[in-house]
Design a protein around this ligand. Structure first.
Ligand SMILES: Nc1ncnc2c1ncn2[C@@H]1O[C@H](COP(=O)(O)OP(=O)(O)OP(=O)(O)O)[C@@H](O)[C@H]1O
Length: 683
């Protein structure tokens, strides 16, 4: 028997291990089991090259709990360790870089463990004592037992072991006795070891019998040694891919597409990414891409390793070039990791383009589910934008799909305005905006459906990239002005007539937290008499503000709509006529009162004209104020008169309600009133 000191120059190793890994004690199991797997694979390699000539036999790694002895043991039938090897690989941990580790990461909590070959020592996070009992595969080897109690002293002695391979016997400490629970270990094996390349067994398989679980004779194998991503795409069917998806996320719907990644230069990476069907946003967060290193689970928080928009995808990525156990900030600054991220972006874009080219019909069918990923990618990754614009689809209100290029050839001729801008009309809701869509279609225009959460942002980006294309919602203006071909002709109404109509219509507008501005357009006798529109810019800003806290300013502004009066329409003429007949006496009265006051005001202004402000006598100033007050009063009287007229006028009432109805703004009580009134009108 020999005793000695573990060959790290500092005494601090154990405290550091305990401290650094404090937050994640679970990983000890991954480290010990993957060492066992490595040892087994090494033996298989030696056998295949002929260096090992013995019987390989069963090569499983066994995990065992002994509750009485309070031990957790991992046994393998791999290459094993000779006494010299234990001295070299276990005692002289400085060999694999521990010393360097100590120097570099003394003060850093998120340090690297596995990276520096300290994996084995992580067992001390949960154990009072760890033993290694090993028999090397080498001919005539003597079994050895190494034992250490979490301090730099160890013992190493000859031992009895019948079978080749290594047992790592961990005497679990009292604080960590949870690791002696079967359920806990099973959970960890599922998490970290589910796809290790050597069979891992843990107890016996269980079966349901007479309403309870009973053990069978069969070993409980916890892993799938050949997960789909390690196979060649040519050897896998669509069904295999879907099966693997279910293996990863048992509760989820079938995915839309998969992409099989297989890179060997300039780094090694394999994996399968799935585009999931997203039913709601909660689900996006639930399933995550899992990151593996040689089939050992590393993490499922892949932010910084794959581009942000792809974190919405599901699946696995496996790369020996992604270091195990390193901190997030380290990963993100790692050159390899950056390359991996870029490569995945490119690969995803290329694969989508391939699918698009190969089966356009299928691609279109899946587009509505797919677009959130593509749009998110286009908005956040310049490189992805450039690739994705070839297959990014626009959908119109008839359910037809176009690439932006195809769409341009279709609408360019008919939808270019007098300034040479191609105007793409869109709706966000086919039902709610039906009236407007209908008007646009009657003009021979096409209307896109832009109803995803990201469309607003995408439209902004598309406009920035192609300066002569503009997107406007169908209800943002009257159709003649949405795509303005010629100068709109001037309205035939006088300023006075317009001024009189404003209070008439205002009288009937709902008095909510919404601003209405009455405007006048000569739209032709056939167009609608009255329409409600909302300017594109303001609406878009408000919509974006709803998703973006930085734009709160826009969100707080009141909604502002235009009430567009078509001055060419017979009904508007009719309103003016009935106003003139019904109110002629009263208007004449008001005008009679107003005329002398205006005359007085003009006279006063003439007096004032050549004087400087301080030369005007106080008396004149007072008179002017008095006259101004009278004018205001008379005007208010006139406005009240017109408001009263508007309130009582059935045509005004009906037209406003129809305009609100067409804009989907007439609801609840107002709608009920409208229905009643309409019935009365028929009566
Ligand atoms: N079950 C085992 N069978 C044979 N050799 C083992 C076994 N476990 C550990 N070893 C030896 O001990 C060495 C140290 O193991 P440790 O886990 O500390 O570091 P590593 O495996 O080199 O690095 P890492 O775990 O970070 O990948 C290994 O390189 C291996 O040579």
């Amino acid at each position: 028997m020999s005793t000695g000191k573990i060959g790290v120059t500092s005494q601090d190793l154990f405290p550091i291990i305990k401290k650094f890994l404090y937050s994640d004690h679970d990983i000890f199991l991954r480290e010990i089991v993957s060492n066992a797997v490595d040892a087994t694979q090494k033996l298989k390699t030696l056998a295949s090259t002929g260096e090992f000539k013995g019987e390989l036999g069963e090569l499983t790694v066994d995990v065992k709990i002994d509750k009485e002895a309070k031990t957790l043991t991992i046994s393998d039938r791999g290459i094993g360790l000779t006494k010299e090897e234990v001295e070299k690989y276990i005692n002289q941990i400085a060999f694999s870089g521990a010393e360097e580790f100590m120097d570099k990461y003394k003060d850093q909590a998120n340090a690297i463990i596995g990276h520096f070959g300290l994996g084995f020592y992580s067992s001390f996070m949960v154990s009072d004592k760890v033993e290694i009992l090993s028999l090397s595969h080498k001919e005539g080897a003597q079994a050895v037992r190494w034992s250490c109690e979490g301090n730099p002293e160890y013992t190493l002695e000859a031992a009895e072991k019948a079978d080749r391979g290594t047992d790592i016997i961990m005497h679990i400490s009292d604080e960590e006795k949870g690791f002696l629970e079967e359920g806990r270990i099973q959970e960890l094996l599922n998490k970290y070891c589910k796809f290790l390349p050597i069979e891992i067994t843990f107890g016996k398989k269980k079966e349901w019998k007479d309403g309870k679980q009973v053990e069978t004779e069969e070993a409980n194998v916890v892993n799938d040694t050949k997960p789909a991503w390690t196979k060649k795409p040519a050897d896998l069917t669509e069904e295999n891919y879907n099966d693997f998806y279910r293996q990863l996320y048992p509760m989820s719907d079938e995915p839309l597409f998969h992409i099989h990644l297989n890179v060997d230069y300039p780094f090694n990476l394999t994996g399968i990414l799935y585009f999931p069907k997203i039913k709601n946003s909660v689900e996006i967060q639930k399933n995550k891409i899992q990151l593996y290193c040689n089939q050992v689970f590393v993490t499922d928080s892949v932010e910084g390793i794959v581009p942000e928009f792809l974190t919405l995808l599901h699946g696995v990525i496996d790369s020996p070039d992604i270091p195990l156990n390193v901190s997030r900030s380290y990963l993100q600054s790692d050159g390899n990791v950056k390359k991996i991220s870029n490569h995945i972006t490119k690969k995803v874009a290329d694969s989508l383009f391939d699918i698009f080219k190969k089966d356009r019909e299928d691609f279109e069918k899946k587009w509505d589910d797919l677009r959130i990923f593509v749009q998110y990618g286009m908005l956040t990754e310049e490189k992805f934008y450039d690739r994705a614009k070839k297959f990014m689809l626009l959908k119109n209100t008839d359910g037809k799909y176009f690439t932006t290029e195809e769409y341009e050839t279709i609408v360019k001729e008919n939808q270019t305005d007098k300034d040479g801008n191609m105007i793409c009309l869109y709706a966000t809701h086919t039902e709610e905006q039906y009236t407007y869509i209908d008007l646009a279609k009657a003009k021979g225009y096409d209307v896109l459906l832009m109803d995803s959460q990201l469309d607003n942002h995408l439209i902004n980006t598309l406009e920035q990239k192609t300066t002569t294309t503009r997107y406007v919602r169908v209800d943002s203006d009257v159709i003649e002005k949405l795509i303005q071909k010629d100068e709109v002709k001037a309205s035939s109404l006088t300023e006075e007539q317009k001024n009189d109509l404003i209070p008439v219509f205002n009288a009937q507008l709902p008095n909510e937290k919404v601003n209405y501005i009455v405007t006048f357009e000569a739209l032709g006798a056939e167009a609608q008499p009255l329409m409600i529109t909302q300017a594109e810019f303001m609406r878009r800003m408000k919509d974006m503000a709803a998703m973006n806290p930085g734009m709160a300013m826009y969100g707080e502004m009141p909604d502002s709509y235009n009430l567009v009066v078509n001055t060419d329409h017979a009904l508007i003429e009719k309103i003016l006529e009935s106003k003139d007949t019904e109110l002629s006496d009263k208007i004449a009265e008001i005008t009679a009162k107003l005329s002398p006051v205006i005359a007085e005001k003009e006279a006063l202004e003439a007096l004032k004209k050549d004087k400087k402000e301080d030369e005007v006598p106080q008396e004149e100033k007072d008179k002017m104020a008095e006259v101004q007050k009278q004018i205001t009063e008379i005007n208010a009287e006139r406005r009240a008169l017109l408001t009263g007229f508007g309130k009582d006028n059935q045509i005004v009432k009906q037209l406003i309600d129809l305009a609100l109805l067409a804009n989907n703004m007439l609801k609840g009580e107002e709608l009920a009133k409208f229905v009643k009134r309409s019935i009365n009108l028929i009566k």
